[in-house]
Write a new protein. Structure first.
Length: 412
């Protein structure tokens, strides 16, 4: 493929586009965090909206229906702002011409190759079946620098179908450009992603299949009933157990794509770790009010003789909040202690709905679901079909009772 065929957004103009794109993404994330649709959007209203959409006729329509669900979750004001801001960026992505050279190793080797476009930290989510199928699986999550003419034509056809959905077309253009980079650099037989949450996924399945490449998804983290994850289709989508396949089916994802496999990342190899804590609490996306209440709860347990640890989330926990943690509660450094070691050295793991709870459960470590730091969210977990509520577990309120603590004694 001649590099001159590639449309490239580089130089100062490209930097402006990247800057605007990052600003747009930050604005969207801020608006979404403020609304927190996972817990703020009524589940029954989600079900009704999902049921109101007709069955999609093809993968492009599947992507568009998933986009409609996500815009509905964001609300009309945020959706309008995001869509309007996307139009000038979209024109730049599709209409600019240039050239670029893709770096890769596509000419080396004769066996089947797959490229994983997820973060390198979650490569352990790839199931053994894929490691056995492909001679080589490389990680490449870099953004692309250009589109071929046929890619532009493909996207323009999609734009003609949905002429006013500029954010939809923009995100699809960005992802097609990334995938084109992967195709040019590696000439793979398959692309592996962790992106059932992305409304571009089904369209990318269609795009890759037109290029004679399979699109495979591997489950990354815990899933709840949330129409963000609706309608998607890959050639194969690996899930951890059949319950998640049934959940996705209720979310109207294409039903024949699922394969069940527990990946290496959920099967801990070390089984003889020394237990050094009675409870380890795994933080997620708590706000300051929930965090303060949690400190009170864990502090009471510690005062009653329990050895308590807290593990901040490497992305979502505000490091400034950790200064509030009393010395009686150990703060674990996720950069220094592997998650496997952390879980296996805990007599029990605690969280509201973290994926770590599922990892612990699958490896025989008792789990405690937090029903106290945010009671409203806890009550909603049942509606959201949180799988562990139907498995063996204890509640944090039960643990406090075992330590002879009345829930009324907790501040807040």
């Amino acid at each position: 493929m001649q590099s001159a065929e590639l449309s490239d957004i580089t130089g100062l103009d490209g930097l402006v586009h990247v800057s605007v794109l990052e600003t747009l993404r930050a604005l969207a994330n801020k608006l979404e965090r403020k609304r927190n649709p996972l817990f703020s959007c009524d589940v029954e209203k989600q079900r009704c909206y999902l049921a109101s959409l007709e069955e999609p006729h093809d993968d492009i329509e599947r992507s568009y229906d998933q986009y409609r669900c996500q815009m509905w979750l964001k609300g009309r004001p945020a959706s309008l702002v995001i869509n309007l801001a996307s139009l000038p960026l979209l024109l730049g992505f599709l209409l600019r011409r240039g050239s670029g050279k893709e770096e890769g190793d596509g000419a080396v080797g004769t066996g089947k190759r797959a490229v994983f476009v997820g973060d390198s930290s979650v490569v352990d989510r790839i199931p053994d079946e894929l490691w056995d199928t492909y001679e080589d699986i490389v990680v490449d999550n870099k953004q692309g620098i250009g589109l071929l003419k046929k890619d532009q034509a493909y996207l323009l056809q999609v734009w003609r179908r949905y002429p006013l959905s500029w954010h939809f077309i923009l995100k699809c253009a960005i992802k097609v450009r990334q995938y084109r980079r992967v195709l040019e650099a590696w000439n793979p037989d398959a692309i592996i992603a962790c992106s059932e949450y992305s409304f571009t996924s089904s369209l990318l399945t269609d795009y890759l299949n037109l290029n004679n490449v399979d699109h495979i998804n591997v489950m990354h983290g815990n899933k709840l009933f949330f129409i963000r994850d609706s309608f998607f289709r890959f050639n194969t989508c690996y899930v951890w157990d059949d319950g998640f396949a049934k959940l996705f089916d209720r979310l109207r994802a294409e039903s024949s794509q699922f394969a069940v496999s527990l990946p290496r990342g959920l099967k801990f190899e070390e089984t003889s770790a020394k237990v050094t804590a009675d409870f380890t609490y795994y933080l997620g996306g708590e706000d300051i009010k929930q965090f303060d209440r949690l400190i009170d709860i864990l502090g009471i347990l510690s005062a009653r003789g329990a050895k308590v640890r807290m593990r901040p989330h490497p992305l979502y926990t505000d490091g400034r909040w950790l200064e509030k943690v009393p010395p009686s509660i150990e703060v674990e450094n996720p950069l220094e202690m592997a998650l496997e070691q952390s879980v296996l050295s805990s007599a029990c793991v605690m969280s509201l709905y973290s994926t770590v709870l599922i990892q612990a459960y699958l490896n025989g470590v008792p789990v405690v679901i937090d029903d106290l730091s945010d009671p409203v969210r806890f009550r909603k977990l049942k509606q959201l079909e949180f799988a562990l509520l139907d498995a063996e577990h204890r509640l944090l309120s039960d643990v406090l009772a075992e330590y002879d603590v009345a829930c009324g004694d907790i501040a807040g």
